[in-house]
Ligand binder design. Structure first.
Ligand code: ZN
Length: 509
């Protein structure tokens, strides 16, 4: 009996996933090709399809099938059972939010986004403040609908980093912050690398061609994906055999486009690495944004900003730019792309200071959701924390609390996943080195397959069968921790900046 119910359930779920894929295609087109006058029509099409997908997924029929299957879970094989349980998890979260709330939230997000665009342009927080106040109210309401233990922030965090708790993150960040601040100060006191050679114009087509070569070497399958240009780089997935990425090319910046490609390529390798048998199910998904981000940051930062990578690729880059890089060594590239400089903007931050940008946002979000501060306090608090953590003065809100889109989109609990991605990546990498002592020799040869295969087995093929934390523990033998990341930073920057006696493991200084 339950086998025929299971097949019917799987077909219905597959239909929801097909509609979601169609929505993703429309979003991709909107970012990449859509003409400027098409916005309103596209908005309508997306709203119709989103409502349709939601209706299909939350139908009583779907709920009934899943409940029936859960009642006969013993007769299902482990994968079938997991799929049913994961669907039940998503179903429960989806039906807890009343339709009227979902609609109100979507409308407010749209209003708030437009207010944020104007406020940012004019660098005037007060234009965004009323919308952010409404948004915080709605998010607190959302937390009540979804339910939580401890802080209401946990209900929001769950959406992006399932199983993670605010209390756990606080402990993690609390131990990390003073050590990152101390390292950034040591580096600031050292001589900065000479990067004047980068101040040239870099042909866009050559940048593009070079990025395609690197992506091919990483193992990104261009017969099951493509790269295009967009304002904000992203990865999107319509199917196991259609995972697309975008990047942006800046003729004044030799590396930002390439690093964008490698970053998105890391996300895409993950999605091209799900199991064939999980196709068109919820199991062909990442269990959290943090684990997804660990893949992009592994490829971008740990591989793409390493010396062996540039020992391999600099000769090829020189061929793309005859006469422009003749005297440059791999060591010079390595130093230039790892320059540490406390700055105002998160997306431009280096590996050392990046997580400090996240902690500041996390602390403010938690305080807002818990009602410990008012929205009007945000700019002053932001600026004080920037001074405390990074030692920089924020001249205007455009370069401070108005720089990110996330809050305008109603996403709180999202930022911490970026920091977790950095920590997970370093922890996976440390274990990879133990398993493969020849690791860096492979990278110096331009052979990325050992790294890719390792990640495929330990992370990609797991799909959504385990939480991020369980994946890390199974792959490395230890719970998620900040220590491997600190060891990684310490090793990297001590060598790059000639720092002596850096003790990242103690939090004394
Ligand atoms: Zn990313």
């Amino acid at each position: 009996m339950s086998n025929s119910v299971f097949n019917r359930f799987k077909d219905r779920l597959g239909e929801v996933i097909d509609v979601q894929a169609a929505i993703a295609v429309l979003h991709w087109d909107e970012e990449v090709y859509m003409p400027s006058k098409a916005g309103e029509g596209r908005g309508r099409q997306l709203a119709t399809l989103s409502a349709l997908a939601h209706r299909m997924f939350t139908s009583p029929d779907m709920g009934g099938m899943v409940e029936e299957l859960l009642g006969h879970a013993d007769s299902l094989d482990p994968d079938q059972r997991k799929l049913v349980e994961e669907t039940w998890y998503d179903y429960q979260r989806a039906v807890r939010l009343p339709d009227t709330f979902v609609e109100r939230f979507a409308e407010e997000c749209s209003r708030s986004y437009h207010a944020w665009v104007t406020a940012r342009k004019e660098s005037n927080f007060s234009l965004f403040q009323p919308c952010l106040e409404t948004m915080v109210e709605l998010l607190r309401e959302k937390a009540e609908y979804l339910g939580y233990e401890g802080s209401p922030y946990n209900a929001l965090l769950e959406e992006f980093e399932r199983g993670m708790r605010m209390e756990e993150l606080s402990t993690l960040f609390f131990s990390l912050a003073p050590r990152l601040i101390a390292l950034a100060r040591r580096i600031s006191a050292a001589d900065p690398p000479d990067t004047r050679w980068l101040d040239q114009s870099w042909d866009e087509q050559s940048q593009w061609n070079f990025s395609l070569n690197v992506l091919t070497d990483m193992g990104y399958d261009f017969e099951a994906g493509r790269q295009d240009r967009s304002v904000h780089p992203f990865t999107t997935n319509f199917d196991l055999y259609d995972v697309r990425i975008t990047t942006r090319i800046d003729p004044r910046d030799l590396f930002s486009g390439l690093m964008g490609s490698i970053h998105e390529g890391g996300h895409a390798l993950y999605e091209q690495g799900f199991l064939e048998k999980d196709r068109r199910t919820l199991l062909a998904q990442a269990p959290s944004l943090g684990i997804h981000e660990s893949q992009s940051r592994f490829w971008e930062n740990i591989i793409g900003r390493s010396l062996p990578f540039w020992q391999h690729y600099l000769p090829e880059l020189k061929k793309q730019y005859p006469g422009q890089l003749d005297s440059i060594t791999p060591e010079q590239v390595h130093r230039a792309i790892n320059r540490v400089r406390p700055s105002l903007i998160r997306v431009e931050a280096d590996e050392c200071t990046y997580n400090l940008h996240i902690m500041l946002r996390f602390e403010i979000e938690v305080a807002l959701i818990e009602g410990a501060i008012y929205v009007e306090d945000v700019p002053a608090l932001w600026n004080a924390k920037m001074k405390q953590y990074l030692g920089v003065d924020v001249p205007e809100d455009r370069l401070g609390c108005l720089q990110d889109i996330h809050w305008a989109h109603g996403a709180m609990g999202y930022f911490p996943t970026y920091a977790l991605g950095n920590l997970y990546a370093a922890q996976l990498h440390e274990k990879m080195l133990q398993d493969m002592p020849e690791f860096w020799n492979h990278i110096e040869q331009g052979d990325f397959s050992p790294a890719r295969q390792w990640l495929r087995g330990q992370v990609h093929q797991v799909g959504r069968r385990q939480t991020a934390s369980a994946i890390i523990e199974a792959a490395t033998g230890a719970k998620p921790s900040a220590e491997p990341f600190l060891r990684y930073l310490c090793g990297k920057y001590s060598a790059l900046y000639g720092l002596k006696n850096v003790d990242m493991m103690s939090s004394k200084d």
